[in-house]
Design a protein around this ligand. Structure first.
Ligand SMILES: Nc1ncnc2c1ncn2[C@@H]1O[C@H](COP(=O)(O)OP(=O)(O)OP(=O)(O)O)[C@@H](O)[C@H]1O
Length: 233
């Protein structure tokens, strides 16, 4: 089923000024694919992720995710949708500083009716041996692994990643991308990655490029490379 957008428009009212953040956006994202969304700052990448993620409402058009039409969902159903269908990962990890690694991941588990096993999830991201540490005791790459585990433990169909490697160096960033690819292959999770780093498109099944709120390019990549081999821009 995947994700389908048809003529989606999103306008932000900023004082007197209207910002047309999405202009007639239409696209299809295949189930179980890795999608990279590229574009300059302010081009609408996060807005696209937020409307698909049910964080933000849209003015017109249609978004269908796994057969559900988002604007038809009442608030309660939209909350359920965010909890069960989606996981989110951000550039700044957003871990709770007073909770251990294990406890941070438990937050994700409590949100889901059908969570994955805690130990298995923490082992998959390579953080089981650090489960009793606090975020300040971890490197950036380790914190991002915990954030991935927190999203993953919910057993989501779709993982939305907003600049997941934005705060990381090349070596660590590629390890995180390798982990996201592993999640895609192991669990069949659709992985959407927003980035400024063009090279990351090389690992994707499809690449979307945005400019001034429009999708100006959307192509399939027939030969995705291993994340370790992407050109780091
Ligand atoms: N809550 C908001 N209120 C008003 N304007 C907003 C809001 N969120 C985004 N915008 C505007 O919408 C446009 C698209 O923003 P968006 O964050 O989607 O871009 P982006 O491509 O993700 O940028 P970046 O790469 O810098 O994160 C920008 O002009 C931005 O200023």
């Amino acid at each position: 089923m995947g994700i389908d957008l048809t003529d989606v428009n999103k306008v932000y009212q900023s004082g007197e000024v209207e910002v047309h953040a999405l202009k007639n956006a239409s696209l299809h994202i295949a189930d179980k694919s890795v999608v990279v969304i590229l574009g300059p700052s302010g081009s609408g990448k996060s807005t696209l992720l937020n409307v698909i993620g049910g964080i933000d409402r849209y003015e017109s058009g249609t978004i269908k995710v796994e057969g559900q039409t988002l604007h038809e969902l009442k608030d309660k159903m939209l909350t359920e949708y965010r909890r069960h269908t989606l996981g989110f990962i951000f550039q700044q990890y957003n871990l709770i500083p007073t909770l251990t690694v294990y406890e941070n991941v438990e937050v994700g588990r409590h949100l889901s009716e059908n969570p994955l096993n805690m130990q298995d999830t923490l082992e998959k991201v390579g953080m089981w041996d650090k489960k009793d540490k606090f975020p300040f005791q971890l490197s950036g790459g380790e914190q991002q692994r915990v954030a991935i585990a927190r999203a993953l433990v919910k057993n989501p169909k779709i993982l939305m990643c907003d600049e997941p490697t934005g705060a990381l160096d090349e070596e660590t960033g590629k390890k995180i991308l390798t982990l996201l690819k592993y999640v895609n292959e192991t669990y069949g999770t659709t992985v959407c990655i927003i980035t400024h780093n063009h090279g990351i498109g090389e690992m994707a099944h499809s690449v979307i490029r945005m400019k001034s709120g429009e999708i100006v390019e959307n192509y399939q990549n027939e030969t995705p490379v291993h994340p370790e081999r992407v050109t780091w821009a």
